[in-house]
Write a protein that binds this ligand. Structure first.
Ligand code: BG6
Length: 462
């Protein structure tokens, strides 16, 4: 890859830090959750990165990371989301950032990754305009506090997944007759909050770079039937382009807007929203990619919810599109379709539309890794997944796409959004299981040694 390419890795605060109530931290919606899928743990200890960050950063340095993408827990900085800042929480991220910089690792900061302060949630969450103002104040605090050390900022992680899978990802609208309509109003508020935060960043930190971080994936039609092609374009507009068109151009995608209008989901604009959206522009686009999606035209009987799924499985929406399996792709242990070539296509589609530098902020394989005698983890399947995706990323670069960084998920094992700690992603194994914390020892997986070589050779694959 080009000189200065940001070979990195990613985590998010609530999934890795633990210390859920330490040193003045407030509760987030993730801490307040009381129900988890059977057999899976909560996020209270996670990988205990809060207490072991120095050991973790030393491992990242040994891995050769040029960048580390992590999120700041809003509730460490401002415990109730909108009141007094918490000096101990602010200090934690100074220490983490300083540790990264001391090892020559570029910090890439996500400002909000699924962990809205519970106090704001109780006052209406993203349904309330006050949350927009609270986010902008929080953003200003981050820029003023860390702006001299942090160059790359990401606004909101996977806003599109929060809207499409709101209940699972901590964005649950209070009992409403029309939750989908509420979600799109929440969505609009987040888009305005993001635009105002980007503008503020440019005002306060003229040399910083800021961008959105949605989950973007190419959408295939199930066949060459023209109706399937339209359904795929509709889903792409609803899933992908709505978010990036607003972030980059300050306007809703027309196909997505027509869908919202047809279903009675259009958000209310307040005075100033239009101007705020139009005034902001990202410096780059970050995106997460795990799987592509394949959809067909809706069926005549209106039964288009073909199967259940999580954020990486297109489930369908009655009368709009039907999620289907792609017969050309294999799936991982969790039913996600693995599609490295789709990664190349996704790069090209985003770059063709927006002509902004691209950064990958997540890509990876969740698996049931086994710690074997001698402290080894043979995760060859993950090495293959990454090899295939990095190769296709290089094809995309050769196609002319401007790619500035690749931060796969995840730097160390952490708690999955849905399947606890048993579903692992890290280059570093964390020795705990769902309910037995053991010693939380860190163990380098085979993929650690492999990625170390890839970075050392600037992407040349063995
Ligand atoms: C993305 C999220 O949706 O995918 C991460 O940004 C998440 O927070 C990752 O962990 C993998 O999903 P999961 O459900 O396997 O943890």
């Amino acid at each position: 890859m080009r000189p200065g390419f940001l070979w990195g890795a990613s985590t998010s605060a609530y999934q890795v830090e633990g210390a859920w109530d330490a040193d003045g931290k407030g509760l987030s919606v993730q801490d307040a959750r009381t129900e988890f899928p059977e057999g899976t743990t909560d996020f209270r200890v996670a990988s205990d990165h809060y207490h072991r960050y120095a050991e973790d950063v030393a491992l990242f340095a040994e891995l050769g990371l040029k960048a580390y993408r992590f999120s700041i827990a809003w509730t460490r900085i401002v415990p109730d989301g909108d009141g007094e800042p918490n000096p101990a929480g602010i200090d934690f991220y100074h220490r983490l950032i300083d540790e990264l910089l001391a090892h020559g690792i570029e910090p890439i900061v996500t400002m909000y990754h699924f962990d809205l302060p519970q106090a704001l949630q109780e006052k209406g969450g993203w349904g309330s305009r006050a949350t927009v103002d609270a986010f902008v104040r929080y953003a200003g605090l981050l820029f003023r506090e860390y702006g001299s050390k942090v160059r790359y900022w990401l606004t909101i992680n996977e806003q599109n997944m929060m809207i499409l899978h709101g209940t699972a990802l901590g964005l649950v609208p209070a009992g409403s007759a029309n939750p989908q309509r509420e979600l799109y109003q929440h969505n609009h508020h987040m888009l305005v909050a993001q635009a105002r935060a980007m503008a503020l960043c440019h005002e306060l930190l003229p040399t910083a770079r800021i961008g959105p971080a949605p989950n973007i994936a190419c959408v295939y039609p199930a066949s060459s039937a023209p109706e399937d092609v339209v359904a795929a374009a509709d889903f792409a507009a609803i899933r992908n382009w709505l978010y990036l068109d607003v972030a980059v151009h300050g306007r809703y995608n027309p196909t997505a807007w027509a869908y919202l209008a047809e279903h009675g989901l259009t958000p209310q604009f307040a005075e100033g929203d239009q101007a705020a959206l139009a005034a902001a522009r990202p410096d780059f686009i970050a995106f997460n990619y795990y799987a592509s999606h394949t959809v067909a035209a809706p069926s005549d009987d209106g039964d288009d919810i073909g199967h259940t799924g999580d954020q990486q499985i297109a489930v369908g929406e009655s009368g709009v599109y039907r999620g289907t399996k792609n017969p050309h792709l294999k799936t991982n242990a969790f039913g996600w379709e693995v599609d490295p070539v789709g990664f190349r296509t996704t790069f090209r589609e985003i770059y063709d539309r927006y002509r902004l530098p691209l950064m990958v902020t997540e890509n990876g394989l969740g698996a049931f890794d086994a710690l074997e005698d001698g402290d080894v983890v043979h995760d060859q399947y993950r090495i293959e997944y990454f090899s295939d995706h990095i190769r296709e990323m290089q094809h995309a670069a050769a196609d002319g796409v401007d790619i500035i960084g690749y931060c796969p998920w995840s730097a160390v094992d952490l708690v999955s959004t849905h399947q606890g700690v048993s579903k692992r992603y890290g280059f570093v194994y964390v020795d705990r299981d769902e309910f037995d914390l053991r010693e939380l020892r860190r163990i380098r997986k085979d993929s650690f040694h492999w990625y170390q070589q890839v970075i050392a050779r600037n992407g040349v694959l063995a």
